[in-house]
Design a protein around this ligand. Structure first.
Ligand SMILES: Cc1ncc(COP(=O)(O)O)c(C=O)c1O
Length: 451
């Protein structure tokens, strides 16, 4: 007999991942029937026309096929050739061999220098693990921390469903805390304390808090004071922090800046708070989602726990080597004066400029529609507007009807979690500007007529 659904574990059956859920499945069906679909459901920049940076792709090409250095030397700038040679030397055996479990040391040293330059703090390359995208890192750390159904992990609402899905798969307990929509989706100590107290009263052993900054799906960028508050909260309750910082380059408001948890942790001298920070090649201005490159860095982790992290990572042998190479290209961009610098700066600037324009266009456009209200999109790649619905209608009905009528594919707010009695949807800011304007116009028309 073939494998039956009854053979499948309960945790797998209960796991949900809305970003690729039933609405997206329906979109694929409609597309097969010849409908034009605008996929606004997922932050996958290159699927919506964003170009890969030449720097990254040239380095990847040479590392994948070193013979190109002899076959077509004039096709590659001297700095790319030099970097590719140094990466190949660092891997010792090229991209076709496993690396050590943490990832190629030469690349981890480059990540350590990147963090040092960004935050002016000391970094241990052995506390850096290269991963197949940030997702794998988050999964590893949640697996590490969850030992049974009583183990709670605090997760923001709304959240990115990687967290809820991984906690369900690990048979842990998701402890939701609300983000404050009326206050630009910032975190509030009162709401954090309330959610922790409720979970503990129900018997949970809460071990960690996850924070996504800049926020997905909220688009909020946390300031230093808010981050310090979260660290103080974690310290007061003995929680570890998982800081998901994959959108650190996606900051759109002048005056805002990305502040890392590692930097604030260092400033507060919070040596008794464990921090895991995650970064990725998938977002920012690179958008290399398909390459699957990322890393995590940890602080204040005892050696015996670090050894367990290494063991968990060893089960996967190592992250893919092209992904590791892309991490190197991300953390070591060309510097002024290098042959590739001008092109790199122009490509990066153009992508970030258009993302910024789209963030403004989308939020302003949504706010002009009566019954839709959207916070400023300060960072990341999404809008999460609140919508007023007719009685008895859900945000899933709304998103499905939007897809059927307009071809626009968004994700219902319920897939991310939302305050009771509210309804939202999430859309990316990624479609090209003319298409995004069409999305806003079609949404307005649809919303006015939705019954
Ligand atoms: C907040 C957040 N964390 C992690 C990820 C996963 O990124 P990666 O492609 O690096 O696995 C995403 C992807 O959208 C995300 O939005």
């Amino acid at each position: 007999m073939t494998v039956q659904i009854a053979d499948i574990g309960k945790t797998v059956l209960e796991t949900e991942y809305a970003v690729r859920g039933p609405i997206v499945a329906r979109a694929a069906e409609l597309e097969k029937q010849g409908r034009e679909i605008i996929y606004c459901n997922i932050g996958n920049p290159q699927s919506l026309g964003q170009k890969a940076l030449t720097w990254n792709r040239q380095i990847l090409a040479l590392c994948e096929y070193p013979a190109l250095m002899d076959l077509a030397p004039s096709a590659f700038p001297a700095d790319v050739i030099e970097v590719a040679k140094s990466i190949l030397a660092g891997t010792k055996h090229g991209l076709g061999a496993y690396s050590e479990s943490r990832g190629v040391r030469f690349i981890r040293e480059a990540v350590a220098e990147f963090i040092l330059e960004r935050d002016h703090i000391g970094v241990d390359p052995d506390a850096i693990f290269l991963t197949d995208g940030a997702s794998k890192g988050v999964q590893t750390i949640l697996r590490l921390l969850i030992s049974g159904p009583q183990d709670g992990i605090m997760v923001p609402i709304p959240q990115y469903p990687l967290y809820s899905a991984t906690i369900t798969l690990s048979e842990g307990r998701m402890v939701s805390y609300q983000l404050d929509e009326a206050n630009g989706w910032k975190l509030s100590r009162t709401l954090l304390e309330a959610s922790l107290a409720t979970a503990e009263a129900e018997g949970a052993h809460v071990k960690a808090i996850c924070v996504i900054n800049p926020g997905n799906p909220t688009g909020a960028v946390l300031d230093e004071a808010n981050i310090a508050m979260i660290i103080e909260f974690a310290k007061a309750h003995g929680l570890a922090i998982l800081a998901d910082e994959v959108y650190q380059e996606n900051i759109y408001l002048s005056g805002d800046e990305f502040v890392s948890f590692a930097k604030v942790l260092h400033q507060l001298e919070a040596k008794d708070v464990t921090l895991f920070s995650f970064h990725s090649c998938s977002k920012g201005f690179l958008g290399e989602c398909g390459v699957r490159g990322g890393y995590f860095e940890f602080r204040n982790v005892p050696d015996e726990v670090a050894a367990q992290i290494l063991k968990l990572q060893s089960v996967n042998l190592c992250a893919n080597l092209p992904g590791q190479t892309a991490v190197y290209a991300m953390v070591r961009p060309p510097k002024p004066g290098m042959p590739s610098y001008a092109q790199y700066a122009a490509e990066k600037g153009a992508i970030l400029d258009t993302l910024k324009q789209r963030a403004i266009l989308l939020a302003e456009g949504l706010n002009r529609i009566e019954g839709i209200s959207c916070n400023v999109i300060a960072g990341a790649m999404y809008a999460f507007p609140s919508i007023t619905l007719p009685p008895e209608r859900t945000d899933s009905d709304y998103s499905m009807a939007l897809l059927e009528q307009t071809g626009i594919c968004v994700v219902p707010g319920s897939g991310f979690g939302q305050a009771e009695g509210t309804a939202h949807f999430r859309t990316t800011i990624l479609p090209p500007t003319e298409k995004l304007q069409k999305v806003v116009d079609a949404l307005g028309e649809f919303h006015r007529n939705f019954k």
